[in-house]
Design a protein around this ligand. Sequence first.
Ligand SMILES: Cc1cc2nc3c(=O)[nH]c(=O)nc-3n(C[C@H](O)[C@H](O)[C@H](O)COP(=O)(O)O)c2cc1C
Length: 161
Amino acid sequence: MTNPLDLRQAFGHFGTGVAIIGFYNRENRPVGLTINSFASVSLEPALLSWCLANESQLYDDVEAVSRFSVNILAADQIDLSNRMAGSGSHVFEAGEIEATNDSAPAIKGALAHFDCHVHNKVEAGDHLMLIGGIDGVRHCTEQRAPLIYFRGAYTALAENA
Ligand SMILES: Cc1cc2nc3c(=O)[nH]c(=O)nc-3n(C[C@H](O)[C@H](O)[C@H](O)COP(=O)(O)O)c2cc1C
């Protein structure tokens, strides 16, 4: 038997990066949601996945989307990560997203960016798993520190570990 608190704490030992999912909501406004459930799934075809809590206020918007972006955050994007993880507005300000032809908002300064269509959605317990088919990818070529999440808190990669 597992209890949810133990499970959450055990899951938390798997250190992850942090990403923001970007999409246009039902009012056609660019919105974002902080996640760490990102996983690479397949190279050919190019697929990734992430999971959305059933209780999210964005659930109905996500259910309705056909496209989304995944933006892998840099260490200096912690403020944006916190804002998009809050229960307040998830709407991006104009200066926060790139002017692109992509059909989902791309965050300026992200380490990597995936432009996706919804390949599949799977109801999975208290989350909805989204599998994205990747139509475009960009990543930065300089060495920049990622934002890391471990045991319920942001942290940084240890230098020279
Ligand atoms: C580092 C981090 C990772 C998160 N990962 C996820 C996730 O993978 N899936 C999810 O649904 N919520 C995740 N959240 C929580 C959502 O960002 C947060 O619940 C949501 O933005 C606020 O609630 P709302 O969706 O009802 O507005 C994460 C939060 C943080 C800070």
